[in-house]
Design a protein around this ligand. Structure first.
Ligand code: BGC
Ligand code: NOJ
Length: 815
């Protein structure tokens, strides 16, 4: 079954039927205000923080799954329908949804009327703005009613979903003309309210949910809509909603447009009221004035388009492979920006009330967006570093609004600190901005404990070395990258968090993965230290790197592949000696990426083992064979049924590690094949895959799962950043380095001629690549502006605003 296709020229994904196998969503907003919107107009909006500042309500775990959003109802005669099909599910004569970059267009038609709703969050505004255009395509005049509806959330989404004894009594609204104001809790400590308005006079409204729906109806059959008259209800407690009614007449061929605004409005505490109990509507009026006309709306859409054109022009490839190009040029970078905005907070799988920003997640996400928004990346690094503790460990998560470490989860994930070095290195390589290393950053958000950023990096590095186990390998703590490999936690209580239960700090459970990561980050750490006057520290790194490398080879090698860990009893995890979980993907990827075992021929062996044991048509499984039962000494990993999530699912996030590792060995063909297998745009069976074909999902069920090939957890995953890194840097080979741009492709044979445009440090490089080396890396010869280069780094010239022509030719080694 086909549900949609890419429109490359408009940079849109076009969904051609509403009943997609799961909701296929888009993200609107790129600053402080965000809306999730599905192909049937489901979703919700929030300001800055999906947990603390939720404007509209969304009930996860609903049936049907995607119910709740901004819905428009059209009632013509006895027929009531929605342009996005949901929630009435009245069959439509036509339907199309176009998810674009920061906007979504949903178009539905019925009985000669066509309604087209274009939604976006305009740059510089805290509002979801939707223009609804309705055309009469029939040859007779039509009279019908248009109804809008949103359901307000009482701001704190967790409290909203749990504290009914209070919340059924707090809801308050005001209505003035066509503007509905949701002002719950504004009377006390909040200084913000929500506006839901339309730019034309209305015939009626409702603001009380039960009055609108009827006490026993759902959104598929709102009583007042079917009756054809809203009741002008004013909510008092219970569940406030915003609903407008407009009576419309259209002659044949006539079109009318309406602009609906859902906005977050804030006042200074002293200016909250204009009369006792009457909210100050000045900020609401300002936003209504900004989007009163079609021209204003068009301008904001055009501004959004040019914003994205500009961002995406930083890296563009033309490879002759359209599926590759559309992922690299548009959708992969777009998803990276969404991970910048959301980290792991709000998607259709992340409720927005659980995890906030992840320390390791956001530092890895940097790899995918640092070239797009370097200034914001800088701030992100400083925010994250401020949640580090003085001993070098780190809060695992923090809330985006408060930017404070989340003490419910705490620290003890021993890979976290090293990711900071990793992220800072990516930033400095992209920008050359070494001044960030001297920026003063508090520990644990305490200004009294501020130190330069390089000191944070030093504590990260030293934290690993201060926490070594019996084999001299890093202790794992609560978990490393694999949140579910909880070797010190031993949870036996149902419902308890596997990660935050007791940490027995065995002093024994060690991670080969962290060891690989440590070795991998050493060169960057030394480079950064020497760039901020810490030559002594930098000088010590090579010795420490070599020591750790040797330890991995001595104690972390299992004979055919790298071991995963030692558990709290000193037993091997991820070894051929184990009954289950004999080989894990993470250390194979990370140790080889770090260069461990390459000279010795072990790296090749490890990757061969990955192909033989973990590879499948849908990508590389995390481990095999999966655990068939729960083992408290291994933790959450064994809690999942075999083949799902960390227990042998295809965890897409670490597939690109293996692709990158393959390029370290020069295997371009193998690297690309890994990239291709998990690329959403390459997926043929959309019904099986389930999730959006334009973005990566965190996990695809593995070969041992009953639903092998079915994806889950789309959008918010480190897969986006890592796949972008793997394809653009390791495979296509354009690599930002501290002192220039390294050209180092490692391609599959079928990619023969490519053009890449890359803006870097103020200049534009037009790079032509010819591949005569086949599937292996080959030998590179490089010319810059027609002059043959000695090495393969395009040096910095101190100039900006230049356009440089680069030619790279790969030939067979020895050929
Ligand atoms: C998931 C992991 C995730 C963790 C976050 C687990 O249930 O399987 O993928 O990292 O929760 O706390
Ligand atoms: C998802 C989490 O967000 C990430 O931090 C973790 O590394 C992976 N799951 C693997 O457990």
């Amino acid at each position: 079954m086909v549900y949609g296709s890419f429109d490359d020229a408009s940079r849109e994904y076009v969904i051609c039927r509403p009943d997609t196998p799961s909701p296929w969503i888009n993200y609107l907003g790129n600053e402080d205000f965000f809306t999730l919107i599905s192909n049937t107009s489901g979703g919700y909006s929030f300001y800055k923080d999906a947990r603390l500042m939720r404007l509209t309500r969304y009930r996860y775990n609903n049936a049907p799954r995607d119910l709740g959003g901004q819905y428009f109802y059209i009632k013509e005669g006895e027929t009531v329908w929605n342009p996005g099909w949901m929630p009435t599910r009245t069959p439509l004569d036509r339907y199309e949804c176009r998810h674009g970059l920061g906007y979504t267009i949903i178009q539905g038609g019925k009985n000669g009327l066509v309604a087209r709703q274009t939604s976006l969050v305009p740059l510089g505004h805290n509002a979801l703005v939707t223009r609804l255009e309705i055309v009469n395509q029939s040859d007779s005049a039509k009279s019908f009613d248009l109804f809008s509806s949103v359901e307000f959330c009482l701001w704190n989404a967790l409290d909203d979903a749990t504290n009914f004894q209070r919340n059924y009594s707090t809801g308050e609204v005001e209505v003035e003309g066509s503007a509905i104001y949701h002002k719950t809790e504004y009377r006390e400590r909040r200084n913000h309210y929500a506006l839901y308005s339309v730019n034309q006079p209305i015939n009626a409204f409702d603001t009380d949910r039960e009055a609108f729906l009827g006490p026993y109806n759902g959104y598929d059959a709102p009583e007042k809509v079917f009756a054809g008259h809203l009741g002008n209800s004013i909510a008092s407690g219970w569940s406030p909603v915003g609903c407008h009614q407009l009576a419309i007449n259209l002659t044949p061929g006539e079109m009318k447009g309406f602009i609906f605004i859902l906005a977050y409005c804030q006042n200074a505490p002293a200016d909250k009221f204009t009369a006792p109990g009457v909210i100050n509507k000045a900020p609401a009026r300002a936003v209504m004035e900004a989007f009163a006309t079609d021209t204003q709306f068009e301008e904001s859409l055009a501004a959004l388009r040019s914003y994205w054109d500009q961002l995406l022009s930083i890296y563009q490839v033309s490879s002759g492979e359209e599926t590759l190009d559309r992922m690299v040029n548009v959708w992969n970078q777009y998803q990276c920006m969404v991970t910048f905005n959301m980290s792991r907070s709000a998607s259709y799988y992340e409720s927005g009330i659980g995890r906030g920003m992840g320390f390791r997640d956001s530092t890895q996400d940097l790899l995918g967006f640092v070239h797009l928004i370097p200034e914001r990346a800088r701030q992100r690094i400083l925010d994250i570093a401020a949640t580090q503790m003085a001993d070098g460990s780190a809060y695992h998560q923090y809330q985006p609004l408060t930017k404070r470490g989340n003490s419910e989860v705490g620290s003890g994930f021993n890979d976290d600190p090293l990711w900071l070095i990793f992220g800072v290195a990516a930033y400095v390589k992209e920008t050359g901005d070494t001044s960030i290393l001297d920026a003063m950053v508090p520990f644990d958000n305490d200004p009294e404990q501020a130190e330069p950023l390089y000191e944070h990096l030093r504590r990260s590095f030293r934290y690993t070395l201060a926490n070594l186990g019996p084999h001299g390998l890093p202790l794992i703590g609560r978990a490393d990258w694999n949140d579910c490999l909880n070797l010190n936690c031993f949870s036996n209580k149902p419902g308890e968090s596997f990660q935050t239960t007791a940490n027995y700090e065995s002093g024994v459970a060690e991670s080969v993965f962290i060891a690989g990561m440590f070795v991998g980050v050493c060169d960057d750490y030394a480079a950064l230290m020497s760039r901020c006057g810490q030559a002594v520290e930098a000088g010590e790194v090579p010795k420490l790197k070599e020591q750790m490398r040797r330890r991995v080879l001595k104690s972390g090698w299992d004979g055919e592949w790298f071991l995963r860990a030692f558990d709290a009893h000193g037993k091997k995890v991820g070894s051929h000696e184990c009954g289950e979980g004999q080989i894990y993907i993470e250390p194979q990827g990370f140790c080889v990426m770090a260069g461990i075992g390459i000279e010795e021929g072990l790296a090749k062996k490890a990757l061969d083992a990955v192909w033989q044991r973990l590879m499948s048509v849908h990508g590389i499984a995390l481990l095999t064979p999966p655990y068939s039962r729960y083992y408290p000494h291994l933790g959450e990993i064994s809690s999942y049924p075999p083949g799902y999530k960390e227990n042998g699912g295809i965890f897409c996030h670490n597939n690109p590690w293996v692709a990158i590792a393959e390029t370290e060995l020069g295997h371009g063909g193998r690297a690309y094949e890994i990239y291709r297998r998990i690329s959403p745009a390459h997926i043929e069976d959309q019904s099986l895959h389930l999730t959006e074909p334009y973005v990566y999902s965190q996990m695809i069920a593995g070969p041992f799962a009953p639903r092998f090939g079915q994806a889950k957890n789309s959008w918010l995953t480190g897969t986006a950043a890592w796949c972008f890194h793997a394809i653009t840097q390791s495979i296509l080979g354009v690599k930002p380095r501290y002192d220039g741009l390294l050209i180092d492709p490692c391609l599959p044979a079928f990619l023969r001629v490519m053009h890449i445009t890359r803006r870097f440090r103020g200049n534009t490089y037009l790079i032509d690549i010819q591949n005569h080396a086949g599937d292996e890396k080959g030998k590179l010869s490089l010319t810059l502006e027609g002059k043959k280069m000695a090495g393969n780094v395009l040096p910095l010239t101190g100039e900006t605003g230049k356009v440089y022509r680069v030619e790279a030719v790969l030939t067979k080694t020895g050929g």
